[in-house]
Design a protein around this ligand. Structure first.
Ligand SMILES: *Cc1c(COP(=O)(O)O)cnc(C)c1O
Length: 385
């Protein structure tokens, strides 16, 4: 067993040798889908702020009003005294919007996923997860008491095989609505049909909520299903942060009693809950933001459809699969030279040899920004920049 110092040095060296070292950059985003880094402005194509709400003035003002009314912090965990009328209103809004009896709030999607899997699952249970599920789900599954099996991505037959082979166990099936690194959607209605009464279905809709479905209700509404458990996060299209688990009355009570991430963690600031109510109202009412995304998406698809590595998606997540880590970094660097900021995504976030650019659109982009991105990408791919 290596000493801590050696372990740390070894891990950092190894990551570096594989071209996998991540860089932390301090960037300041602006309201026009741009960011400023080291004094230079870039068009910003790497945030999850799909609807452009994170910098919205009225949302900033809502948070300020919330601060004036409720103070800075919640002061305690929810069951002690951290739960306020602002939290209560947010829960009610979520239930009404998404059609559930209960909404349980968390400070992050990561903790909501952990809380659910750790609290619900017991030894002997079966947990079936899509192979491409988010790290928070896979990790929580590995650490949970259940037996974790992963089914091939969006593969109903494999899911069915596993359910059949383990039919004596209580089973929970977990998928994302929209996959974060590929931008594709799960076949939710077929999954629900395939499962039937054999398992509970949980959908993590971090990337679908706000973006898809009528009034931005997300992937499940778009697919016409209502899973037993729906996780929505507030750090993406809703422009803030935090998360909620939507569920039945009974599961809501159970989580409130037993979910350790809920019981033993400070409630989100009430001002944040207040701002989230405003965000949800904007998401519901401002259809133009989703329409703008469609328009930008069409421009992007039309310009890049013939480029190697292009993947058509019905979401604002546009992966461009480049293969090696070095290629992804080189092309991201070339774009950066042209004033365009995109993320190069490498293993272990994506499988080996599937390094990619993860390009994301937001309702704040202009058509010109997307056209410029597409032109610069084509030039970079041809090695002309
Ligand atoms: C981002 C994300 C999370 C984590 O949510 P946070 O609120 O950022 O912690 C969970 N699941 C999926 C699918 C995500 O994309």
């Amino acid at each position: 067993m290596l000493a801590f110092e050696q372990r740390i040095e070894h891990a950092l060296n190894e990551r570096n040798q594989h071209g996998l070292t991540r860089q932390l950059s301090a960037v300041q985003t602006t309201g026009s889908a741009q960011l400023v880094h080291a004094g230079r402005k870039y068009d910003h194509f790497s945030s999850n702020d799909y609807l452009g709400l994170a910098s919205d003035r009225s949302l900033v003002e809502a948070w300020q009003q919330g601060l004036a009314r409720f103070g800075a912090g919640s002061g305690a965990s929810p069951l002690v005294s951290g739960f306020s009328p602002a939290h209560q209103r947010l829960e009610a809004l979520l239930c009404e919007w998404l059609g559930y009896s209960r909404a349980i709030l968390f400070s992050s999607g990561f903790s909501a996923n952990q809380a659910l899997l750790f609290t619900l699952l017991e030894e002997g249970d079966l947990l079936l997860q899509d192979k491409l599920n988010h790290a928070s789900l896979i990790e929580a599954g590995l650490l949970s008491s259940a037996q974790l099996r992963r089914f091939q991505h969006n593969n109903l037959e494999h899911l069915n095989q596993l359910l059949t082979a383990h039919s004596s166990q209580h089973a929970l099936v977990v998928t994302e609505g929209v996959f974060s690194m590929d931008g594709d959607r799960a076949p939710l209605s077929s999954i629900q049909q395939q499962i039937g009464q054999r398992a509970w279905l949980m959908v993590d809709d971090a990337h679908g909520i706000g973006v898809l479905g009528g009034q931005g209700r997300g992937s499940c509404a778009q697919a016409g299903i209502q899973p037993d458990i729906l996780v929505v996060t507030f750090g993406k299209a809703l422009g803030l942060s935090g998360a909620a688990i939507l569920c039945s009355e009974a599961l809501g009570d159970y989580l409130t009693q037993f979910a350790r991430h809920y019981v033993y963690s400070t409630a989100m600031p009430p001002a944040q809950a207040y701002a989230l109510c405003h965000s949800i109202q904007m998401v519901q009412q401002q259809e133009w933001r989703r329409e703008k995304l469609q328009e930008l998406s069409a421009i992007y698809d039309q310009k890049l459809a013939d480029v190697a590595g292009f993947v058509a998606t019905a979401t604002p997540i546009k992966p461009l699969i480049l293969g090696t880590n070095q290629r992804a970094i080189t092309i991201a660097d070339r774009l950066r030279d042209c004033g365009i900021w995109v993320g190069a995504i490498r293993p272990p976030t994506v499988p080996t040899n599937q390094a990619r650019l993860r390009i994301t659109l937001t309702a704040n982009h202009t058509n010109q920004q997307v056209t410029k991105l597409a032109d610069a990408l084509m030039m970079a791919m041809e090695g002309q920049l």
